[in-house]
Write a protein that binds this ligand. Sequence first.
Ligand code: SAM
Length: 217
Amino acid sequence: MEYDEKRIRLAERLREELNLSDRVYNAIKKVPRHLFVPERYRSEAYADTPLPIGYGQTISAPHMVAIMCELLELKEGEKVLEVGTGCGYHAAVTAELVGSRGMVVSIERIPELAEIAKRNLSSLGYDNVLVVVGDGSLGYSEEAPYDKIYVTASAPDVPKPLIDQLRVGGKMVIPIGESYQTLYIVEKEENRVIKKRWGSVRFVLLYGEHGFRNSEE
Ligand code: SAM
């Protein structure tokens, strides 16, 4: 089966299982995930599973990307911060949802992965994504405030800089925990921050100043 056909089948399956909106369904159906994974994993690119992308990291499972996009209720024209670019797949799906009037700022701590992501995104024409190398647990204040923020690695708690960089009325989705992880939806109001539990998840860990300590560093 050709990649395009496999991708359409995956998108249809996710739409049915997760009751996806048309917008998220169309974005998953459009972004060629096989071009974001190392060549030896291409044949598995449309299985609904995380895959290794090198440097001990993974590309998230398509259902997780779709769920996070739905939870964030991404709209055309929004400015979104992604913490944990990996190979750039989730950023591409988000870029489809915010459109050319919107912008995705994506921060990755491993320079080699950031380079791969930049290459993947630019070769597919995603010029509304800015990939930066750095500690995403500190956010990226240069482009703040953000309408939406999502974190693709599990943190010990919600990093304060991310709350500060979210605009009032904005929303964040973030996994929290080490061996047992929970996905949270964080909403910032004028005078308070509301944190709602979504469910159990499994992500690689967020390292950095407001992340876990990396014993190898
Ligand atoms: N967004 C990716 C995708 O498209 O599937 C998945 C990324 S992977 C699950 C999580 C990424 O978070 C890894 O590439 C890892 O290096 C990165 N990461 C971990 N801690 C980080 C930090 N403090 N700042 C930025 N990136 C970080």
